[in-house]
Design a binder for this molecule. Structure first.
Ligand SMILES: Nc1ncnc2c1ncn2[C@@H]1O[C@H](COP(=O)(O)OP(=O)(O)OP(=O)(O)O)[C@@H](O)[C@H]1O
Ligand SMILES: [Mg+2]
Length: 237
C-alpha cells in the first residue's frame, strides 16, 4: 500500500543544508497499524508529511498503491490526499470559526462532495461526541478537539490514516481513549494507520514499531517478534 524507497530530504536554510532523511526504505501493508518512534528532530514529521503529499522529497520514491506521489505536481498531490489520505495533526488544526459539524465535513466540501447521509452521525458516535455538532472548537476540551480531528480525518473514508503525535497534548486517560478509538477503526474497519509518537504507551497499540534515528530507520519490531517486549521495555526504561 505504501512503499518508500531510498527517500532523502534535505532542507536548505541560508548557506546550510540539513539532511533530514538520509535514504529511508519503509513500507506499510494494507490494514497495518504502524507506529514510528524516535528522538526529537529525527525526521518523523518530515516523513509523515512526505507520505501525505504535503511536501516533496529531495530524491527517492513514495508509492501509494503503485503511484509515485513524489513525481506528482502539488495539485495532483492535493487531489490524491483528498481522496486517499486522512491526516491528524498534533495541534488538531480545527477551524475556529466553523462548528464541529462544519469542521468534520470540511474535507468533503473542499472537494465539492456531498456528505453521505448518516456519515457524520456515525462518526460522532464513534468518537463519542453526539450532541456537540453545533459547538465551536474553543468550547471543547483538548481531548474532544482531538476526537473531532479524528472524525474529520476519516470523513472521506481514506485508505490511509496518518497521525502525528495524536496523543501529544493529552493526559493518560484521554490518550488511552484516543488510542482505543484508533485501534477500533483499525480492528473493525481494517483502517491502515501510520502514527508518529514519542510515547511508548501509544506505540504499544501498533502491530509494528519502527524506530527512527538521525534520518534513518534504526530498528523495527512486530508484535509477533520474540523481542517485542524487550524492545518496548528498552524505551520505557
Ligand atoms: N522547513 C524546514 N526547514 C529547515 N529545517 C527543517 C524544516 N522542517 C524540519 N526541519 C528540520 O528537520 C529535522 C527533522 O524535523 P522533524 O520535524 O521531521 O522531526 P521529528 O522527528 O518530527 O521531531 P519531533 O519529535 O520533535 O516532532 C529537524 O532538525 C528540523 O529542524
Ligand atoms: Mg514531529
Amino acid at each position: 500500500m505504501i512503499k518508500v524507497t531510498e527517500l532523502k530530504k534535505e532542507y536548505k536554510t541560508g548557506k546550510e543544508t540539513v539532511q533530514v532523511l538520509k535514504g529511508v526504505d519503509f513500507s506499510v501493508e494494507e490494514g497495518e497499524f504502524v507506529c514510528i518512534i524516535g528522538p526529537s528532530g529525527s525526521g518523523k514529521t518530515t516523513l509523515l508529511h512526505l507520505l501525505g503529499g504535503l511536501d516533496t522529497p529531495t530524491s527517492g520514491s513514495i508509492k501509494l498503491d503503485g503511484v509515485d506521489i513524489a513525481l506528482k505536481s502539488e495539485k495532483e498531490r492535493t487531489l490524491i490526499r483528498r481522496k486517499d489520505i486522512g491526516l491528524i495533526f498534533q495541534n488538531y488544526q480545527l477551524l475556529p470559526t466553523l462548528t464541529i459539524y462544519e469542521n468534520i465535513v470540511f474535507p468533503l466540501h473542499a472537494d465539492g462532495k456531498k456528505v453521505p447521509p448518516g456519515k457524520v452521525e456515525e462518526l460522532l458516535a464513534a468518537v463519542d461526541l453526539v450532541g456537540y455538532e453545533k459547538r465551536f472548537p474553543n468550547e471543547l476540551s483538548g481531548g474532544q478537539q482531538q476526537r473531532v480531528a479524528i472524525a474529520r480525518a476519516l470523513i472521506h473514508e481514506p485508505s490511509i490514516l496518518l497521525a502525528d503525535e495524536p496523543t501529544g497534548n493529552l493526559d493518560r486517560q484521554r490518550s488511552s481513549d484516543t488510542l482505543d478509538l484508533l485501534a477500533n477503526f483499525h480492528l473493525e474497519r481494517k483502517q491502515t494507520i501510520v502514527m508518529v509518537t514519542h510515547d511508548m504507551f501509544a506505540a504499544g497499540y501498533a502491530d509494528r514499531i519502527v524506530l527512527f534515528k538521525d534520518g534513518l530507520i534504526e530498528a523495527e519490531v512486530t508484535r509477533e517478534d520474540e523481542d517485542y517486549a524487550k524492545f518496548l521495555s528498552r524505551f520505557l526504561a
